[in-house]
Design a protein around this ligand. Structure first.
Ligand code: ZN
Length: 226
């Protein structure tokens, strides 16, 4: 199965204001948008507005290491709700605070294999355990529009942290959700998916970002042996 992390599958829009491939993205999208929402001109406009709030490649916030939250308060809850609405409007399945320039260790995400579950947040996340078994799959990122790369990661993880009530939580995840959690946790350390892909795909991604075009979709099975 092919899937992505904080950007829905098939999203290839490079520039929210430019002649992007939103229609192609909409056709390829297999998640919540396709089943529960209509892709209307209003939804497309809302997505563009959301993407304008998300830091894009080149922004130093994407390379910053976020600081621990330690205490969940009302301000954090309000901020997390704002992140969830940006994530949803952008048709994303995850969004880290650093992606909107907030250098605090938390992220929001949609549960469920296809991002069709509840929206939730995890504060001060730690990967307490990761499986030895790893797999390679495609990832996209709301901060790297037009880029899709193959990333190898552990198949399953146990993540600990706090929920928005400040209570400790442990999440056991595998497959697409485990991948999503790892992708978002990386953002809090200033690590991007292009740091974890193959040399060739990284090169292609950097070229696409530089030129402002969508990169060709790689074949993760071919990359697995790289
Ligand atoms: Zn991302």
């Amino acid at each position: 199965m092919r899937h992505v992390c904080d950007a829905p599958r098939g999203r290839v829009a490079r520039d929210p204001t430019g002649p992007c491939d939103l229609a192609a993205g909409a056709i390829g999208y297999v998640g919540r948008m396709a089943t529960e929402r209509q892709i209307t001109p209003q939804a497309i406009e809302a997505r563009r507005a959301a993407l304008r709030q998300i830091r894009q490649w080149g922004d130093p916030a994407l390379r910053a290491v976020a600081r621990p939250v330690e205490r969940v308060d009302a301000d954090l809850v309000t901020e997390a709700r704002r992140l969830i609405s940006i994530m949803d409007a952008a048709w994303g399945w995850g969004l880290a605070a650093t992606q909107v320039g907030v250098l605090r260790r938390y992220f929001v995400y949609r549960e469920g294999e296809r991002g069709d579950g509840a929206a939730t947040a995890i504060v001060d996340p730690e990967i307490a355990w990761a499986s030895d078994e790893r797999d390679s799959d495609l990832e996209g990122c709301l901060s790297l529009s037009g880029v899709v790369v193959t990333v190898e990661r552990p198949v399953a993880v146990r993540m600990t942290g706090l929920d928005l009530s400040g209570r400790p939580v442990t999440i056991e995840a595998e497959g697409p959700l485990a991948r999503r959690l790892q992708h978002e946790a990386d953002h809090l350390d200033g690590v991007l998916m292009i740091d974890r892909t193959t040399k060739d795909e990284r090169k292609a991604a950097l070229r696409a970002l530089r030129d402002g075009v969508a990169m060709e979709r790689p074949d993760p099975d071919a990359a697995a042996t790289d």
